[in-house]
Design a protein around this ligand. Structure first.
Ligand SMILES: Nc1ncnc2c1ncn2[C@@H]1O[C@H](COP(=O)(O)OP(=O)(O)OP(=O)(O)O)[C@@H](O)[C@H]1O
Ligand SMILES: [Mg+2]
Length: 1007
């Protein structure tokens, strides 16, 4: 044999002595019944036997890259993944275990006839996170080790048991059988276990799917196709290499070419192996085997003059005889040339990044020296090939990640059953970042768990193994830089990394190296004056971070805050890093006063950031920040109560009512126990809002009492923001009673105080409500329009407020008869709501649009607007405003004579409206009265119409009053009553009070 590559290429330069966290596969093996053996055998043969056993076990373990950690008596422990992780460590462990079992078989066979009991071993394998490195007696420490031991103890003689994570990693490449969970002492839950029955020969390190349709890659495929046709046309040998990171789709791309090339070319495929004995020429042996072995060789060489020599030399590849390398190179080249005599030849060499240097030499030799033969040598490799061979010849085709559109397409195909929610799919697309293998692994994992929430999505162990293996190939200096950068974040700055490293002169060079290895790349910077970098893939950052011991993480995060303080960055960032510094110390049980003060500072910073998020109406971010802040603030902290109150507000705005209520009660409790009156009053005000919002029955006087007590007291504290809220609260009870004047008066105060407090969001909310109160209440149209114009000028950069004002202004303009202007403004408001994604506003304010159309005399358009609004409410599942819209729509339909639909809607409104909802109560009666009138039930009609008028009378909702009067006028006219006209006159008078000229004009018809 030429050369035995009992080898592991690309091993990390040395075992780093520093402490590290790592995911490894741990194997325990135990010789069953060894005590009995000791009794039966004389110590000398026993010693000899144990020596042989030991050798066999060690050889099997090391052949697969395991590190034998301990040989104590008759037990072995080995770790796969130290010092260098491999993407297939778990599978290596299982393969080693199978080999150990067959080695025992051989050992028993050789002992046959001697009076020795049969030897049996039991093996347990488990994969998980351990801590490794200096200062500890063992190579790896962690629960994963104990679990592997428990599995081994539970295994029967001759068995191999594996744990959950190992199962995940090897299930596609092995035959397994689930066994009863293993009760293990000292463990809370039984350990799930599988028995290994055998391995699947030639299986890949990951399960891959070839069933989904190919996505994208048209241009790359064209390049490959061209390579093949050009070599055929020119009868020359070409070398093309497809390069790309693991999982990006190299093999998939090449398989497309292979599938179509079969028609017109001879295709020969061989694959390089990551490890093993004599792997150097394995790809060629495999390639020949797949072509048909020696017979295929014989056929190919035919009667060529050098045929016999070629055949002989090629047999050396398979381990028969020896020959100098140059002879072998020649033979392979001749073989390819002869194969390509009749049809073009496509040679695919897979996973060339694992190729031995000699095989690489051979490929280059063939590509340079073959003559007059149409051969395409197509190599497939991860980019690390170029680290070994920077000058690698031929054409390079680089595969980049899929575009986001292609990735979505792939996800659709992967999750054809629609198991994942759209949100989860979005998350997968985000984390997979265009890598098809990652996408597949995430989908498989989530389909397995079927319950994962989008935030809780964890890294599949397969991808973790892949990334760790990649990072383990870095030298210690590079790894350290990468880890420090990972502490900084997905985006990082060399200045910050240097600060964490205590200054590093070689940093620039190291970073360039990392850029070359496609781990990081330069990027825009959010810190002025600092160059920015980012991780090529967020998962690379996560994998690098996962390798840092928690104690080091804590120190680095804390140190990084020092750097942040010198630069102008947001509280959120400071808070986050202090939080991490505290959290890891907490997890390590190392909370001292210093750590606690870090936690408290983190809590305060996060609270400040949360408050800012709330102020810009980003409720989701506010909830996240404030929840974290509150969790870090000690009960004694004065900030905690206020943070809780703000958290409650944020929770309410994001619709988490139960949690909001809890936060309010806690804030109230704290305020009272600390005697913090200001906080108590503010919390009471918020709680009242909360109750109104959630329709908890709170009497109007109770609300009034709270607000009236809070206003002067908070004013005395100079708390304008609080006073503004209290006035806003006071404006709530008049809403249901439709006393718009009263509401407007309270809101004027709310607006003024919100402005004095500089609380622009609260001011905007007050302004929008105020404008609507002015629109609906007794303020005359001209004054109301002036106010609306003023608000518009003041609210330029607030689209939500602008939309609300525009909607009110539109109705007011219609009242003055300026319908074109009115419609244009409402359309603008609607466009804003659409843009901002506020369907609710849009739906409810359809009432404004219909009011404009009714004033303009276009009942069809009014119907259209209301229907659109109603349908939108149905679509978003609103039940609160639906009865009101139904009642308005019923009233319009009656006018148009569509009595059937009107009746159904009126009934819906009647049965779903609540008593205090005066608007709905009036409107369904208006509609129903006319339905009765048309049906000839004059008395019933009149009764309902008068009820509507009476209900509207105590309000100052002028439009509602007029509508009720008009309804009565119509009913009375239908029955020929002489009183009809006076109801019409009353309606006209109400319109005039408002200055609603258009309304008065329409009422005139009935007067
Ligand atoms: N363009 C694509 N369209 C659909 N599926 C794809 C595409 N590219 C890759 N895949 C799928 O993604 C998985 C990984 O692809 P593939 O095995 O080709 O990656 P690779 O680059 O060869 O990785 P490795 O370096 O580990 O060999 C496969 O299951 C494959 O079917
Ligand atoms: Mg591949």
């Amino acid at each position: 044999m030429l050369e035995t590559a009992q080898s592991e290429r690309h091993t990390a330069p040395m075992l780093s002595t520093a402490v590290a966290r790592k995911t490894v596969s741990v194997l325990f093996c135990d010789l069953a019944g060894s005590t009995a053996l000791g009794e039966q055998l004389d110590p000398e043969p026993l010693r000899e036997l144990m020596g042989r056993w030991y050798e066999e076990m060690q050889a099997a373990l090391e052949r697969h890259g395991g590190t034998v950690e301990k040989f104590v008596g008759d037990a072995v422990m080995a770790v796969f993944g130290l010092p260098q992780a491999h993407e297939d460590d778990a599978l290596r462990a299982v393969r080693a275990a199978l080999e150990m079992q067959s080695a025992i078989g051989r050992l028993n066979a050789s002992l046959a006839g001697r009076d020795v009991p049969e030897l049996r071993i039991r093996i347990g394998i488990n994969t998980g996170e351990v801590v490794t490195g200096e200062g500890v007696a063992t190579l790896a420490t962690g629960d994963a080790v104990n679990t592997a031991k428990r599995l081994e103890e539970a295994a029967g003689g001759g068995d191999i048991l594996i744990g959950t994570v190992t199962e995940r990693l090897v299930r596609h490449a092995t035959r397994l059988e689930a066994v009863n969970p293993v009760e293990a002492k000292g463990k809370r839950a039984p350990v799930e276990a599988w028995r290994v029955l055998g391995a699947v020969a030639g299986a890949d390190s990951f399960a891959r799917r070839w069933d989904t349709p190919l996505v994208g890659r048209t241009a790359e495929l064209a390049v490959l196709r061209h390579g093949l046709t050009a070599s055929a046309d020119g009868r020359e040998c070409r070398l093309v290499t497809v390069l790309g990171v693991a999982g990006v789709g190299k093999t998939r791309l090449v398989s497309e070419l292979v599938a179509e090339a079969g028609e017109y070319a001879t295709v020969a495929v061989g694959r390089c192996l990551a490890y093993g004995d004599g792997i150097t020429f394995w790809p060629l042996t495999e390639l020949i085997e797949r072509l048909g072995g020696e017979q295929a060789v014989a056929e190919a060489v035919g009667d060529a003059p050098d045929a016999a020599l070629v055949v002989e030399r090629l047999r050396v590849l398979g381990g028969h005889g020896t020959a100098p390398p140059e002879e072998l190179f020649w033979a392979v080249r001749r073989f390819f040339e002869l194969l390509a005599r009749e049809r073009p030849l496509l040679v695919v060499l897979e996973d060339v990044h694992w190729a031995e240097p000699m095989l690489l030499d051979l490929v280059e030799h063939v590509s340079r020296w073959s003559r007059e033969a149409p051969i395409l040598l197509l190599c497939v490799a991860r980019p690390e090939l170029l680290e070994e061979r920077p000058q690698w010849e031929g054409v390079h085709v680089r595969l980049e990640p899929l575009s986001s559109g292609e990735a979505t397409q792939l996800l659709d195909a992967l999750d054809a059953g629609g198991i994942l929610s759209p949100e989860l799919r979005g998350r997968v697309a985000e984390v997979a970042q265009g890598n098809p293998l990652y996408a597949e692994q995430f989908v498989a994992m989530l389909a397995d768990e079927a319950c994962a929430a989008a935030e809780l999505i964890t890294l599949p162990p397969t991808i973790q193994a892949l990334l760790t293996a990649r990072l383990d190939r870095l030298d210690p200096g590079e790894r350290e830089v990468l880890q420090r950068a990972a502490v900084v974040g997905k985006e990082f700055w060399p200045g910050a990394v240097a600060a964490l490293n205590g200054g590093d002169e070689a940093l620039g060079t190291t970073l360039l190296g990392l850029v070359r290895r496609e781990l990081v790349e330069p990027a825009g910077s959010s810190v002025p004056g600092q160059d920015g970098f980012r991780f090529r893939h967020a998962l690379i950052r996560d994998a690098a971070y996962a390798g840092i011991p928690k104690r080091t993480r804590a120190d680095l995060h804390e140190r990084f805050v020092g750097w942040l303080e010198l630069h102008d960055t947001a509280e959120e960032l400071h808070g986050y890093h202090l939080e991490q510094a505290y959290r890891y110390r907490d997890e390590l049980g190392a909370l001292d006063d210093h750590a606690r003060s870090l936690g408290e500072r983190a809590g305060e910073l996060l609270t400040v950031a949360g408050r800012k998020a709330l102020a810009r109406d980003d409720a989701r971010a506010a909830v996240n920040l404030l929840e974290r802040g509150v969790a870090l603030l000690p009960r004694t902290s004065g900030t905690r109560g206020h943070a809780l109150l703000e958290l409650a507000i944020a929770l309410m705005r994001s619709g988490s009512f139960a949690a909001a209520e809890g936060a309010l009660e806690e804030a109230l409790g704290l305020a009272r126990s600390h005697g913090d009156r200001q906080l108590e009053l503010r919390t009471l005000v918020e709680r009242a809002f909360f109750r109104i919002f959630t329709n908890a029955q709170t009497p109007a006087d109770e609300i009034k009492r709270i607000a009236e007590e809070a206003i002067p007291a908070l004013e005395a504290f100079g708390d304008h923001a609080g006073v503004a809220k209290a006035w806003h609260l006071l404006s709530e009870p008049p809403v249901e009673a439709c006393r718009w004047g009263e509401r407007a008066a309270a809101l004027e105060h709310a607006l003024e105080h919100a402005r004095r407090a500089g609380d622009t969001r609260e001011a905007a909310r007050a302004a929008a409500s105020l404008m609507q109160a002015i629109q609906l209440g007794p303020t005359p149209v001209d004054d109301a329009i002036d106010r609306a114009q003023l608000f518009l000028r003041e609210s330029e950069d607030d689209r939500l407020l602008t939309a609300s004002i525009l909607s009110s202004l539109a109705v007011l303009l219609a009242m003055r008869g300026e319908f074109g202007e009115a419609r244009a403004r409402w359309a603008r408001a609607q466009a804003f709501w659409e843009e901002l994604g506020m369907p609710h506003q849009q739906a409810v304010r359809a009432i404004d649009a219909s009011a404009i159309e009714l004033l303009a005399g276009d009942a069809d358009a009014a119907e259209r607007e209301l229907r659109a609004g109603y349908d939108l409410l149905v679509k978003i599942g609103d039940v609160h405003f639906r009865p009101m819209l139904a009642a308005y729509l019923a009233a319009v339909l009656v006018e148009k004579g569509n009595l059937g639909d009107a009746d159904a809607l009126a009934s819906y409104a009647e049965s779903h409206s609540w008593e205090d909802d005066i608007v709905t109560e009036v409107m369904w009666r208006v509609a129903r009265a006319q339905i009765q009138a048309r049906a000839g039930a004059a008395a019933e009609a009149e009764r309902l119409a008068r009820e509507a008028v009476d209900l509207a009378a105590p309000t100052d909702f002028l439009d509602l009053q007029a509508t009720a009067q008009l309804g009565l006028a119509r009913v009375l006219r239908e029955s020929g009553s002489p009183e009809a006209a006076s109801a019409g006159v009353r309606a006209q008078a109400v319109y005039h009070r408002k200055g609603n000229i258009a309304g008065a004009g329409r009422a005139a018809i009935l007067a």
